[in-house]
Design a binder for this molecule. Structure first.
Ligand code: ADP
Ligand code: MG
Length: 255
């Protein structure tokens, strides 16, 4: 490479920096080499460079949105074994994974005993939503109540609820595992009614919604929350034994 070429590359890098084309800035020489090897025409070269930049931005967007969602772990819809869950209709799962219900602000509730894949599916759908460009936030119910209670104490409840309202999809995991008091139910009600008919929520629970009144301290709040969650909602009941226990038994038989 001549001194002049080096100087030109440096200028190009500076320009890419000013235009915030980070992919081009960081990979200028490699991309130039690839373009030369492929003997690209000027049009093809632009197409190639723009594509690389767009691809990289998409990867960054997915990475950042996934971090912001605070998933407790990263499982995917692809790694969910539908055959292991005969009670679950594959067609329903395919339908849900198209995520069209986010556009109509509908909800999904997964109900079933521990270990049957409720959280796995909620995270899988959350990640699919992110791939499609939606924003997602995951909470356990206990976590969410703690966040809302703290906001109330700090006098920032309205701000917090507005913040949570921005997420196209909210996931509330393990609702019903731990009972909560009337004040917590009221906080949850405020959030759910704000999101009602404009944003989607996934809830996972080990109890059917009809029993939520028992854990909600306040049956009136429970009814009001249920009313809004269930109005436009796909309930998915998963029965059967814990996947891990079953897989564990299989492993033991093999060894
Ligand atoms: P739940 O939330 O219903 O208690 P989880 O989603 O936490 O259950 O599932 C427990 C474990 O079993 C997780 O590691 C999950 O990935 C796995 N698992 C459950 N069901 C399936 C399935 N059908 N296919 C693949 N993995 C599964
Ligand atoms: Mg779970």
């Amino acid at each position: 490479m001549t001194e002049l070429m080096r100087e030109t590359d440096k200028q190009l890098k500076d320009m890419a920096e000013r235009l915030r084309l980070c992919m081009l800035r960081d990979n200028m020489s490699e991309l130039m080499n690839m373009a030369t090897e492929r003997r690209l025409s000027p049009r093809e070269l632009l197409m190639f460079l723009f594509n690389k930049e767009i691809e990289q931005r998409e990867v960054n967007r997915i990475r950042l949105t996934t971090m912001g969602a605070h998933f407790p772990r990263l499982c995917s819809l692809e790694s969910f074994d539908v055959n292991a869950q005969p009670a679950l209709e594959p067609g329903l799962l395919r339908e849900l994974s198209r995520m069209e219900w986010l556009e109509t602000a509908e909800n999904v509730i997964f109900v079933g005993p521990p270990g049957v894949g409720k959280t796995h599916l909620a995270i899988g759908l959350g990640r699919r939503a992110i791939e499609l460009g939606y924003s997602v936030r995951f909470f356990t119910a206990a976590n969410l109540i703690a966040v809302l209670s703290k906001a109330k104490q700090d006098g920032s409840l309205v701000h917090k609820i507005n913040q949570l309202q921005k997420f196209k999809l909210l996931i509330i995991d393990e609702l019903g595992y731990l009972p909560f008091d009337a004040e917590s139910a009221a906080l949850l009600f405020q959030l759910i009614s704000k999101r009602y008919e404009s944003r989607s929520t996934i809830v996972t629970s080990n109890r059917p919604p009809s029993e939520w009144g028992l854990v909600f301290g306040d049956p009136t709040a429970a009814t009001a929350i249920l009313d809004r969650l269930l109005h436009h909602c796909t309930p998915v009941v998963i029965q059967g034994d814990s996947y891990r226990l079953r897989e564990g038994v299989k492993q033991q038989k093999i060894t």
